[in-house]
Design a protein around this ligand. Structure first.
Ligand code: HEC
Ligand code: HEC
Ligand code: HEC
Ligand code: HEC
Length: 182
């Protein structure tokens, strides 16, 4: 009996951790690309904005507005246009499925696969004080990756109706956007 009680007490921090963990993502809101660009644009910062803007990711939503996309959606059995089909949006956009209260004034779904699609909604980590401290930023919703491939396969996989197998190292060379070391 006593032993079981001990186990019960051991469980309490686990439960607090899990519920805390689940609550957090809800309050983080999407702010859009523009506010990030203020600090991630110049040569010295690493030109993240230009690199993203010139990549396929910035056009991923626009692609859904084409006749070809609507045709693919129809062939898949959807009755809605591609840009209104959740199945398509989940890999081509962000923010389309969250409460309006979590969408900032500058957020544009048209920006497709954008900064916050990969790095998490930025309302709580965007301030300089937090951004400068990786640990704090992560606590406030920033997502960073040990291995970028784990991220790529979330969308570059056979569920994509136009799936092409890609070499992730080559693809990463095209879209990587490191902060220059000085
Ligand atoms: C007020 C300025 C500012 C804003 C706004 C800002 N950042 Fe940052 N960010 C920084 C600074 C400073 C760093 C620290 C790294 C460096 O650039 O030296 C950083 C680091 C990062 C990192 C790397 C974290 C790491 O430790 O690997 C990511 C990813 C990032 N920012 C994404 C974003 C995204 C996405 C947005 C918009 C939602 C954003 N930032 C908005 C200033 C900012
Ligand atoms: C397709 C996904 C994707 C998109 C879109 C994206 N990033 Fe990243 N970003 C990554 C990955 C993966 C890394 C490398 C691992 C990490 O630091 O998380 C990274 C790294 C970074 C870093 C840290 C670089 C370093 O050297 O430490 C910054 C800063 C950053 N991104 C900012 C941005 C900003 C700003 C945007 C939008 C203009 C953006 N990212 C768009 C996936 C993405
Ligand atoms: C949220 C979904 C998503 C994630 C995550 C993602 N991608 Fe993509 N990626 C797309 C979509 C959608 C397109 C097609 C954009 C278009 O043409 O409309 C694309 C296109 C690309 C292209 C351009 C293909 C071409 O035409 O040459 C490259 C390169 C690429 N992704 C690399 C990556 C890499 C590397 C990662 C991981 C770090 C990654 N992507 C993560 C959705 C994603
Ligand atoms: C699992 C993620 C995923 C889903 C779901 C998805 N896409 Fe894509 N889509 C991608 C990726 C990644 C690319 C870029 C490379 C490729 O074709 O695999 C892409 C590329 C495209 C392209 C450009 C193809 C080309 O050859 O340039 C079109 C058009 C497209 N998708 C339409 C759609 C439509 C319409 C839907 C919904 C019926 C949809 N996608 C659902 C991930 C996805």
């Amino acid at each position: 009996m006593k032993k079981r009680l001990v186990y019960l007490f051991l469980l309490i921090p686990v439960i607090i951790f899990i519920t805390g963990f689940q609550e957090d993502p809800k309050k983080f809101g999407y702010i859009g690309v523009e506010p990030c660009v203020m600090c991630h644009k110049t040569e010295k910062q690493g030109k993240q904005f230009d690199i993203w803007k010139n990549s396929g990711h910035s056009k991923a939503y626009q692609t859904l507005l084409t006749a070809e996309a609507d045709k693919i959606a129809k062939e898949k059995g959807f009755e809605t246009p591609a840009a209104k089909t959740e199945f398509c949006l989940k890999c081509h956009a962000s923010g389309y499925n969250v409460d309006a209260s979590l969408i900032g004034k500058k957020f544009k779904v048209e920006d497709g696969v954008q900064c916050e699609t990969c790095h998490g909604p930025g309302s709580h980590y965007k301030d300089m004080k937090i951004m400068k401290n990786r640990e704090e930023a992560v606590k406030n919703g920033l997502i960073i990756y040990e291995n970028y491939k784990d991220l790529c396969v979330q969308c570059h996989n056979p569920e994509s109706p136009t799936y092409k197998e890609i070499d992730f190292s080559e693809a990463w060379e095209k879209i990587k956007h490191p902060v220059p070391k000085n």
